[in-house]
Design a protein around this ligand. Structure first.
Ligand code: GCO
Ligand code: MG
Length: 402
């Protein structure tokens, strides 16, 4: 089998997605997600201008060799744009392989270790009361694990909490908006949120929280310690993780489990975190970390150090990435949990898929390959719209982590 063509499809059914479609001389094609929120067109160009020309004529079964060809062959290694582009190719090739062999991709990754993946939902409210109501609503929908984010008194906007009470969507159309941040106000508020959640909703529900990179290690240690009585499933991205050493300090002070990695694009971003057992869950995902080929290796490496997976699954990952993540989730032994933010109706229509949700779990479906399609005609009706993630400043104007 030979690759005959590949094209990049950029569409915006409510938010921007970049999709790679690779075609072969046997009429089988594969899809890969290449969406990098706020930097979509850079990945599209990287694929179109630099990778696709070298892809034509290759054997799509050679996922390992093709991965290394683009990783090492660029000479310039890693980085989110490069690794997202490589991920899209890798995903599409596994999709082709599955279709050609008439098996779902999980059967090429070791087969099912479990029937489905436990997922967590996002609940958010402008204040504690509304957040409790939202968590209760997701519980009623069948979710076993729920992330809780609440507006912070005294701050006009808070990460994870939309102003208009719509479902949370990380990117906004137009140029980046700016939000204001106060670590003191945040640290005073969050323990009260989880006190109230446990009092009202009990012990059984898995509760998660995303700090979104905003604390220093000692502040994160304080928060983790204060949250200990509430037994969080995890505290996510407590500090910006460029300095992996920083996590040692958090670890010395708290037993609250730590999850990190949605912005990582290579195992080298997490190597020390995993090897020194400074984290409990690795949140790297197929689309930004080099695809299924790279993620399978990362998961196997993490397994040696008691680290489980907790794959990123926000709405800026397209249904193609969601499917790829689910195939991996059900196959690997050290699966922990899968994030799930539901896509809007237009996205669901543009990307028909075999995966499904039922009673707190998601299932990849048994369709050969990844089990996702793209309706190209419909995609054309939603052209790209410029959109960015917000930037964040401290109350005195200092530019801070978003
Ligand atoms: C999460 C994330 C996202 C990111 C988004 C950025 O845990 O789901 O933090 O909501 O902010 O993916 O593009
Ligand atoms: Mg996050």
């Amino acid at each position: 089998m030979k690759i005959t063509s590949a094209k990049v499809i950029v569409c915006s059914p409510g938010r921007n997605f970049v999709t790679l479609k690779i075609e072969t001389d046997e009429g089988i094609y594969g899809l890969g997600d290449a969406t990098l929120n706020g930097r979509e067109l850079s990945v599209a160009s990287y694929l179109q201008d630099h990778l696709i020309p070298s892809l034509i004529g290759r054997d799509p079964f050679q996922t390992e060799d093709i991965w290394h060809y683009f990783y090492r062959g660029a000479y310039w290694r890693r980085g989110p744009v490069t690794m997202t582009a490589i991920a899209a190719i890798d995903m599409a090739l596994w999709d082709i392989k599955g279709k050609a062999l008439k098996v779902p991709v999980y059967n090429l990754l070791g087969g099912k270790s479990r029937e489905g993946a436990v997922v967590y939902a996002h609940a958010n409210g402008v204040d504690i009361e509304q957040t409790i109501d939202e968590v209760a609503r997701y519980k009623d929908l069948g979710y076993l694990a729920i992330r809780a984010q609440s507006g912070i008194p005294g701050l006009k906007s808070t990460y994870g909490v939309p102003k208009d009470n719509k479902p949370y969507e990380p990117a906004e159309r137009g140029l980046p908006s700016e939000s204001l941040w106060s670590t003191e106000k945040y640290l005073r508020h969050v323990p009260k949120l989880f006190d109230a959640l446990r009092t009202r909703l009990g012990e059984e529900l898995h509760l998660l929280h995303d700090v979104h990179h905003r604390l220093t290690p000692i502040q994160a240690a304080r928060l983790g310690k204060e949250l200990e009585p509430h037994h969080l499933f995890w505290m996510e991205d407590p500090v910006a993780a460029e300095l992996q050493d920083g996590f040692r300090l958090i670890r010395q002070h708290t037993t609250t489990p730590i999850a990190v990695g949605e912005v990582f694009n290579s195992i080298y971003d997490a190597e020390q975190l995993i090897r020194e057992q400074l984290i409990d869950y690795i949140r790297m995902t197929v689309v930004h970390a080099g695809g299924i080929t790279a993620m399978k290796k990362a998961a196997d490496f993490a397994a040696l150090y008691h680290v489980q997976t907790g794959s990123h699954g926000a709405t800026d990952l397209s249904p193609v990435a969601m499917a790829a993540a689910l195939h991996l989730d059900v196959a690997i032994n050290n699966f922990g949990i899968q994030e799930h933010m539901a896509h809007n109706a237009e996205t669901e229509e543009t990307f028909p898929h075999a995966y499904s949700f039922s009673e707190g779990m998601m299932y990849p479906g048994d369709t050969p390959g990844l089990g996702v399609e793209i309706d190209e005609k419909l995609a054309e009706r939603f052209p790209y719209q410029r959109a960015y993630l917000p930037v964040n400043r401290k109350e005195d104007g200092t530019l801070f982590h978003w």
